[in-house]
Design a protein around this ligand. Structure first.
Ligand code: SF4
Length: 411
């Protein structure tokens, strides 16, 4: 993982974000909405809620390698080891009354919700995850039920999601005690769009050969895109970050000094092993330049002047919610745009929704593009599903294969 100076500011931004849930100046406690990572955050912000994202907490539990302590606690309460390990580690930590946010930012506990809002565009798990907390905190869980696995998104599908967003408003108004204001929603959607364009610009800097950034940098830098979209803080942060990366390009300061191979990372990060992969690839002059995961927070379709419709489209057309054919086309395009030599598919044990190696995709894409692939077994958070030794051997063998492949390829 490269040295990006803006990361120091990122820590401060996240510190401030978490402390805003616990005002210290005697001001009123904000109304808190929990939201799924690709849920209608803009609507919640516009309606006066401070928004908290349990998936971000799940990722933090994974990255700090604390999930292993908590997953068995949720398993014992009847939540299977086969379901999302963000869910099980988050529920386990809640049951034990612990959070890594205390160590990281000093906050006493995760912010308690006044309402929970999920969108099934990503998976079914979020409904059960949020329903658990609705029972615990005795607050409503409101769901958006999105059409699933869409090919081309139709206007009827967009209308159905849009209508669900609109139907939520009276309930949200009665919880937040804040009246809906269309101009405020436009402003928030406009900020999300600006943030999204800047985030996209950052990720696209990896098209440069050699690349100034890696997928692992993206995993760290994506936090504001998830938890602070719809706010000027995220916009300002990504402006500064992009200026810094442009300086790195001007100074020829690359993520890996002697870049030889470029990879695409398909699927979830293995949060507890980011450093393992970053070091392993660096030793072999290999850089993971792009991923569908980091791209998940690019919302190209947001339009300030059509907030409901554009939000409905943007949140329905996300990669995870697309048909196998649509995903295949997107991946093929990405692999070409980022000039990759190989693709690693992470088959994440507890997230079948973000594992795209189970229905012949690697074989079909390699046949079409001649770009070699490697499928590795692992998990986003549950490290019991991951073997350091086996993965190390498999990745090294894959890089040798890339070497051979490059040698044999006509210039
Ligand atoms: S998409 Fe996967 S990782 Fe995200 S909440 Fe759903 S099951 Fe968990």
């Amino acid at each position: 993982m490269g040295t990006i100076q803006a990361t120091k500011k990122l820590k401060k931004i996240l510190h401030d974000y978490f402390w805003e849930f616990f005002p210290q100046d005697g001001g009123p406690k904000p109304k808190v909405a929990w939201c799924t990572s690709v849920g209608p955050a803009e609507l919640l912000i516009a309606m006066g809620f401070k928004v908290y994202y349990p998936e971000n907490h799940g990722a933090l539990l994974g990255a700090t390698r604390e999930s292993g302590k908590y997953i068995p606690v949720a398993n014992a309460a009847g939540y299977s080891p086969e379901i999302c390990s963000y869910l099980t580690s988050d529920v386990g930590a809640y049951k034990k009354g612990e959070t890594p946010l205390t160590q990281a930012y000093g906050i006493p506990h995760v912010p308690h919700p006044d309402v929970l809002v999920y969108n099934t565009n990503q998976c079914r798990e979020v409904q059960d995850w949020f329903s658990y907390y609705a029972r615990e905190f005795k607050v409503p869980a409101l769901g958006i039920f999105s059409p699933w696995k869409v090919g081309e998104v139709t206007s009827a599908e967009v209308r159905s999601v849009e209508e669900q967003f609109r139907n939520m408003i009276p309930q949200l108004e009665s919880i937040s005690k804040c009246s809906f204001d269309l101009d405020r929603l436009k402003e928030v959607v406009g900020l999300s769009k600006e943030m999204s364009d800047l985030w996209w610009a950052f990720l696209q800097k990896a098209r440069h050969r050699p690349s100034p950034i890696t997928f692992f940098d993206g995993c760290i830098q994506m936090a504001p895109a998830v938890v602070l979209r719809g706010t000027p803080v995220a916009v300002d942060y990504y402006k500064e970050l992009n200026l810094e990366i442009d300086r790195h390009i001007a100074e020829k300061s690359w993520a890996i000094p002697k870049e030889s191979y470029r990879l695409y990372w398909e699927g979830m990060p293995i949060w507890g092993r980011l450093r393992f992969f970053s070091d392993l690839l660096t030793r072999h002059n290999t850089v993971a330049v792009a991923s569908t995961y980091c791209d998940s927070w690019i919302f190209e379709s947001f339009e300030r002047e059509r907030p409901f419709e554009s939000m409905a489209l943007a949140y329905t057309e996300i990669f995870i919610n697309r048909s196998e054919d649509a995903k295949e086309k997107i991946l093929e395009k990405m692999m070409r745009e980022y000039s990759v030599d190989g693709i690693i598919y992470h088959d994440s044990r507890t997230c079948p929704y973000n594992s795209n190696s189970r229905f012949g995709m690697p074989q079909r894409l390699t046949e079409k593009t001649q770009i070699p692939n490697l499928v590795i077994d692992g998990d986003l958070s549950d490290l019991r599903c991951f073997s350091d030794e086996q993965t190390h051997t498999a990745v090294e063998a894959f890089i040798e294969q890339l070497q051979d492949h490059k040698r044999r390829r006509p210039a």
